[in-house]
Design a protein. Structure first.
Length: 175
C-alpha cells in the first residue's frame, strides 16, 4: 500500500490478528474482494541476512500475524471475520484503533528500519533483536561478549536483564 493511502486523515486503522500466517494470501484476497470496502496495510522491514559469506535481502512483516485494516466497523464484521480465523484486536471489549501518531511511527519504521542477521561484526552498544526462545522478538543492547555468546541487556517487566544469546542468531537493528 502506498504512503498516501496510509496517511489519509479520515481513515481509522483497526488491528486485526490472523491465526494462521500461512493463510495470509487467502485473507488478503478476502479483504480486498471487489464488494468489500477494506483497505489493508501490513508494514514490512528489510532484513539483510549473512549466509555463506553473502548478504541476502528479504522483506519480513514488522508485526507477523497482524494486519492493519481500515473499514466501517460493526459487530457483523466481527462475525464475518470469524469464518476466516481473523479477529479484530480488542481492549476492554472495544476494538483497538491506531492513532495517527502510531500510523506515522510505523510508516517511519517501515521506511527506515533494517535488520541484519548473522555475523556482521557486532560491537558494544549495538541494538539487536533476539530472534527466538523465551525472549524472542525483544530488542536489547549488546553489553559484552563471552565466547560465542553475546550478552544483551533487555528490559523485562521494567527491569534490566542480561541475556546470553548465540552471536549467529542475533538480528542487528539499523535505524
Amino acid at each position: 500500500m502506498s504512503g498516501e493511502e496510509v496517511k489519509e486523515k479520515d481513515v481509522e486503522w483497526f488491528i486485526v490478528y490472523y491465526a494462521h500466517p500461512k493463510n495470509i494470501g487467502v485473507i488478503r484476497r478476502y479483504l480486498s474482494a471487489g464488494n468489500k470496502k477494506y483497505k489493508i496495510w501490513q508494514p514490512f522491514t528489510v532484513v539483510e541476512q549473512y549466509i555463506k559469506g553473502k548478504i541476502k535481502e528479504r522483506q519480513r512483516p514488522l508485526f507477523p500475524g497482524y494486519l492493519f485494516v481500515s473499514f466501517e466497523y460493526s459487530p457483523e464484521v466481527g462475525k464475518e471475520f470469524d469464518s476466516y480465523d481473523i479477529k479484530v484486536l480488542r481492549q476492554n471489549n472495544k476494538p483497538v484503533i491506531l492513532t495517527p501518531e502510531q500510523v506515522a511511527h510505523y510508516k517511519y519504521i517501515e521506511e527506515n528500519y533494517r535488520e541484519r542477521i548473522g555475523e556482521f561484526g557486532l560491537k558494544q552498544g549495538d541494538h539487536v533483536v533476539i530472534p527466538s526462545g523465551n525472549f524472542g522478538g525483544i530488542t536489547g543492547v549488546v553489553t559484552n561478549f563471552v565466547g560465542d555468546n553475546v550478552i544483551v541487556e533487555i528490559s523485562f517487566f521494567k527491569r534490566k536483564l542480561p541475556v546470553a544469546v548465540s552471536r549467529q542468531l542475533l538480528s542487528q537493528v539499523i535505524i
